[in-house]
Design a protein around this ligand. Structure first.
Ligand code: ATP
Ligand code: MG
Length: 316
């Protein structure tokens, strides 16, 4: 599909949230390999981030981050390693708080989240026990289905279902997490690199599942083809602590980025953070870290220099 066609598709998805929710739309979903049951109905605003800033030590991960996720929207989060993508998830789930700004979640939002380290599961249990909770019948939204059939939809068939989690590969563990998370009846899915190590079949099934999902998702992924298919918006960590919000899929974002940045857009880059060097930030940081910081020779030198410049300014 050409970029224009894709854009129309992502717009249509936002406009058709009500349709996605309706019974008619759900009727054909039984054909899907991965069917994601919808959670409670979402209001007009799902996630609203206003002027977020977040630092760790003296590194500013993000500054002035703004975005609004509408019902039905799927945000693709892109950016280099260490940019702050997982930290954003932690701010959405309340594990981390922004240094300034606010993240508001809609009243009916029900989040489902698997963290990137995928360490939440009991390694002594088998795949089937973990996903089914030892029950032959599993409830997926308003339907019931055989739990072994559900587990098989994530590419675990036959003896695979009896494998203990402790022996699983990264991709297999990823599939177990997806199977657990996607039956939760949440309406906002936070997926941190779900495409890592995923086999092609499950990847396609996940794409289809998301496209038919009557809810929202925020997906960190380095897989541009996946994002092209599913994302209605892109949130891009572009370096220098800047995060760019774009309405459209990945190809459109990339075209826009080229227009904005010219040849720089093509440069491969490691993440570059802004540091707390402005006087205002430095003062705040200094007060937070007190004398421990002052014992650093560089800081002492900076303070002396600052005083000299100030005095000279006044004399001049
Ligand atoms: N609690 C913390 N204390 C101090 N530094 C932290 C903390 N959590 C994360 N960081 C640092 O903040 C930066 C951003 O981390 P984060 O995990 O959000 O990156 P990411 O974009 O998800 O990277 P990746 O693509 O590798 O998963 C990293 O340099 C990380 O080491
Ligand atoms: Mg991460």
């Amino acid at each position: 599909m050409n970029p224009k066609g894709r854009h129309a598709k992502s717009k249509a998805r936002i406009n058709s949230y009500e349709n996605l929710l309706s019974q008619e739309a759900n009727a054909k979903l039984s054909d899907l390999q991965i069917y994601i049951p919808p959670g409670p109905r979402l209001g007009d605003v799902v996630i609203e981030a206003k002027d977020i800033a977040k630092s760790f030590d003296d590194r500013i991960l993000v500054e002035g981050m703004n975005f609004t996720l509408p019902p039905g929207g799927i945000i693709g989060i892109v950016g280099p390693n260490g940019a702050g993508k997982t930290t954003l998830f932690k701010m959405i789930t309340g594990v981390e708080t922004p240094d300034s700004g606010s993240i508001k979640l809609g009243e009916t939002v029900k989040l489902a989240h698997v963290d990137q380290t995928r360490e939440q599961l009991d390694d002594k249990k088998t795949i089937w026990e973990t996903i089914s909770g030892n029950s032959d019948i599993i409830k997926i939204g308003s339907r019931e289905m055989n739990s072994r059939a559900y587990v098989a939809r994530f590419n675990f068939t036959g003896a695979d279902q009896s494998k203990k989690l402790e022996v699983l590969s990264g991709g297999e563990r990823n599939r177990v997490n997806l199977a657990m998370m996607l039956k939760e009846e949440a309406n906002v899915l936070l997926l941190d690199e779900p495409t890592n190590d995923l086999d092609v079949n499950t990847l396609r099934a996940l794409e289809e599942g998301l496209l038919n999902f009557a809810g929202c998702a925020v997906v960190v992924s380095h897989d541009r083809w996946f994002l092209d298919r599913v994302a209605t918006h892109i949130l891009a960590f572009e370096g220098e602590s800047k995060v760019y919000w774009f309405e459209g899929n990945y190809s459109e974002y990339e075209a826009d980025r080229k227009k904005r940045l010219g040849i720089d857009a093509d440069q491969p880059h490691r993440i570059k953070y802004r540091h707390l060097t402005r006087i205002k930030d430095f003062t705040a940081y200094f007060f937070c870290n007190g004398l421990r910081l002052y014992s650093d020779p560089c800081v002492k030198h900076f303070c002396r220099l600052y005083t000299v410049i100030n005095v000279c300014g006044r004399i001049g």
